[in-house]
Ligand binder design. Structure first.
Ligand code: SAH
Ligand code: SF4
Ligand code: F3S
Length: 440
């Protein structure tokens, strides 16, 4: 190849502008930071408006029909505007053929094929990549979009096969990333000013590399200088142990935050879902968590309208919501996913009934959410400032030590730690007022 050829390529690289749109869970958000790195390394400019982009990359989700519909619609619109459209991620993997056949996407890729993106955008034909099912991207330094908080996938995939869930099919088998790679990534993030890191996995408690388990990983990461706040997501209740909680409680930087998806409070439904715990076990573990972390911010996922869920089953979930007192819940109506076990179950509930149950559940949880937040009004807390609030001049988004989000009615620098008083509630947000200057 001559110099001229290189020059032509150079020009083409700099002309390419790409917009990245993210759907789905935190893992997709973390994946988008890997994609940003891949684009930057290839000299492709990421833009923040579709109007300026030549190409659009969608990191998609298939967990519910609604998530697919949204991405599908966006991809179609972008293609209609003459953009090159790459549908990547979970829906790319599961519905790739249809997306191409229906003219919605130019190219489709699964969650283990992001390395192909720059080559596809630039029209290269050499798309050699690592064997897909072992892909971990552990050599890439993530390019986070927040200046003080970042997420890092410490494992990929899921082996659980809960009967309603498409994730194991979309993301493939579990793979944990070795500590030395994670340490490099964490040190890099710290060097970029990041002070809070979330370690991610669909079932992050199952992290295992050699002798190292998640709890060892948390303990070691916490010893890295400059990391002030450390969290982990998502925990499968079955895999949370008493010993783990005790060791977690001794990690000073660990956020007092547990996201423990319950899904349902009916033993029968939990069995049909193949969740691997009973309600009694779940509540026992919540007890351990509250004992070790009295100020815990406890969140959950709840799924109603699963095939065969009776009115009594549903009411058990309503009761549990009040009894357990979650600070916040992500609540969903069951959505049939082709290829999953539950899709073949008889006794499907009519969609309007699923929606009715969801609405009732949301009402119940809202009541609990509000009560839990009201209980904090008047208290003084340490708040960690993360970013300017989207609306409201001078206000900042901030987090308590237990990760509970608050709005600070004052300007402050992201990364600052302040003493603040919780003064009230506006909508669903707790409002905080700073008391004094930086405490740490
Ligand atoms: N790995 C996490 C969950 C990932 S999916 C865990 O095991 O907890 C996030 C949430 O989406 C799930 O907790 C569940 O509540 C919901 N979900 C998954 N599949 C669904 C489906 N088919 N219909 C409706 N909600 C679903
Ligand atoms: Fe889905 Fe269950 Fe895996 Fe969570 S643990 S991603 S719900 S299969
Ligand atoms: Fe959705 Fe894939 Fe996450 S299906 S929930 S984006 S792992």
């Amino acid at each position: 190849m001559g110099g001229l050829d290189y020059g032509a390529r150079f020009v083409r690289i700099f002309k390419m502008k790409c917009y990245v749109k993210v759907y789905g869970c935190q893992m997709n958000a973390a994946d988008s930071h890997l994609v940003s790195r891949l684009l930057a390394d290839a000299g492709i400019r990421e833009v923040s408006e579709t109007g300026k982009a030549d190409a659009v990359v969608l990191l998609t989700c298939s967990v519910r029909q609604h998530a697919e519909d949204r991405a599908w619609g966006f991809a179609r619109t972008m293609r209609g505007r003459g953009k090159k459209v790459i549908v990547a991620g979970c829906m790319g993997k599961l519905r790739g053929q249809e997306l191409v056949a229906e003219g919605v996407a130019d190219l489709v890729l699964g969650p283990d094929e992001y390395r192909k993106i720059p080559g596809l955008l630039l029209g290269h034909d050499n798309l050699n990549t690592a064997p897909e099912s072992f892909e971990t991207y552990s050599d890439l330094l993530p390019a986070p979009n927040s200046s003080v908080s970042a997420s890092l996938s410490v494992m990929r995939g899921c082996n659980n096969f809960c009967t309603y869930c498409v994730v194991p099919y979309a993301r493939g088998p579990e793979r944990s990333i070795p500590y030395h790679d994670l340490e490099k990534q964490i040190r890099y993030l710290i060097s970029q000013g990041i002070r809070e890191i979330f370690l991610l996995g669909q079932n992050v408690l199952a992290y295992r590399h050699g002798d190292m388990k998640l709890i060892d990983l948390l303990e070691r990461a916490a010893r890295l200088e400059g990391l002030d706040r450390l969290g982990f997501l998502t925990s499968h209740p079955r895999d949370l142990s008493y010993e783990m909680i005790q060791r977690m409680a001794r990690i000073p930087q660990l956020l007092h935050f547990f996201h423990l998806p319950l899904q349902s409070a009916s033993e029968g439904v939990l069995k049909q879902m193949r969740r691997g715990y009973s309600l009694a076990e779940y509540e026992q573990k919540i007890g351990w968590v509250r004992e070790a972390f009295p100020d815990v911010y406890l969140t959950t996922d709840l799924l109603v309208g699963f095939p065969g869920e009776s009115e009594e089953d549903f009411e058990l979930t309503l009761d549990a919501v009040r009894r357990i007192g979650f600070d916040f819940a992500y609540m969903f109506a069951y959505s049939e996913r082709p290829g999953t076990k539950a899709a073949d179950m008889a006794e499907k509930l009519p969609v309007p009934e699923r929606k009715r149950r969801l609405a009732e559940l949301i009402d119940r949880q809202n009541e609990v959410t509000r009560r839990r937040a009201e209980g904090l009004v008047g208290t003084e807390e340490e708040v960690f400032v993360t970013a300017p609030a989207p609306r409201g001049q001078g206000a900042m988004l901030a987090e308590l030590k237990n990760y509970r989000p608050v709005i600070l009615n004052h300007t402050a620098r992201p990364g600052e730690l302040l003493r603040a008083r919780l003064v009230g509630i506006e909508g669903w947000s707790l409002l905080a007022e700073p008391l004094a200057k930086e405490v740490a």
